[in-house]
Design a protein around this ligand. Structure first.
Ligand SMILES: [Fe+2]
Ligand SMILES: [Fe+2]
Length: 306
């Protein structure tokens, strides 16, 4: 039915062990400060240059607000990924030593990423003049996502892992204009997420193989519901980002500019947090383990998020 991956837990554990290890405090704090004269996010994700009613300083400010939002949204999703990985590992502790070790390293790294994003947010809040509100709280988002079938959550997680790979490789790695600390965060996160994406591919395949056809269809439905739920959160986040920009810039946009801002920024967020993952070739390949219609179903809705 599907083109199964040839990945093994032993090979992924080997790759995890070869990835240079790093600590949160190696990336931020002390002399490692955010430089607020620079952009934090690549333009391909932030999409601030196509807002003609903002001047250059206001675009950079919005870019930084989007950076804070990226820290917050990733912090938010990592908070459901961590319990999901632990719940997946727990009943399988005796099956395969490589799998247990790879999954626990995956969980340990996600706990570190949660702390990493929190530390960067603290630095941001210390250096940015105004408060920036974000959607949440993470516990509520986690409760909603984790109420879906495990295979739905595995698919959402896999999409997020591949999306983080695409963000770095396509938008960040060659961008010399970004703040060095923020770029370093994105690079170090990408390094560890590469193995998470592979591990989660195996999680999806394992869960799909243990589900009936009906359960796989329910899992696809659950995945789509999480996407709708997250998209509603992004729409709300665009409004919060607008409020943050207006506070920071000390100006209120006219109604037409507000409408343009909200439409354009919501679409930029859709690409950042949904479209860039759901169109990733490796995610599409993994969908084949769900069933013959899964890929076509996703392909039908992707234009909305790209
Ligand atoms: Fe992560
Ligand atoms: Fe991850």
């Amino acid at each position: 039915m599907n083109a199964k991956t040839t990945l093994t837990h032993e090979a992924i554990l080997g790759a995890q062990q070869r990835t240079p290890s790093w600590r949160v405090e190696d990336l931020i704090g002390g002399e490692r400060q955010l430089d607020f004269t620079k952009s934090f996010m690549p333009e391909g994700l932030a999409g601030v240059e196509s807002l003609p009613f903002l001047n250059r300083d206001q675009r950079r400010t919005l870019n930084q607000i989007r950076g804070h939002e990226y820290l917050s949204i990733f912090g938010l999703v990592e908070e459901f990924i961590l319990p999901f990985v632990l719940d997946h590992a727990r009943p399988r502790l005796r099956d395969d030593d490589h799998r247990v070790r790879a999954l626990l390293q995956f969980a340990g790294e996600e706990a570190k990423h949660i702390q990493l994003f929190k530390r960067f947010r603290e630095e941001f809040e210390a250096g940015f003049a105004q408060r920036c509100e974000v959607i949440g709280p993470p516990e509520d988002v986690a409760r909603e996502v984790l109420s879906k079938p495990a295979l739905s959550v595995a698919l959402v997680t896999l999409q997020i892992e591949w999306m983080s790979q695409r963000h770095y490789l396509e938008s960040v790695s060659d961008d010399g204009s970004l703040d060095p600390q923020f770029k370093s965060l994105l690079r170090h996160h990408w390094m560890e997420e590469a193995q998470h994406a592979q591990l989660d591919t195996l999680v999806v395949e394992e869960l799909a193989a243990s589900c009936s056809e009906t359960e796989r269809e329910q899992a696809l439905q659950g995945y789509l519901e999480v996407g709708t739920f997250l998209d509603a959160g992004l729409k709300q986040q665009a409004e919060l980002d607008l409020a943050s920009l207006e506070r920071a810039a000390g100006r209120v946009l006219d109604p037409e500019s507000r409408w343009e801002f909200l439409t354009q920024q919501h679409q930029a967020m859709r690409w950042t947090y949904l479209g860039s993952g759901m169109t990733h070739p490796r995610f599409l390949q993994a969908l084949e383990s769900i069933g013959p219609r899964a890929r076509a179903t996703i392909a039908e809705i992707t234009p909305t998020f790209c």
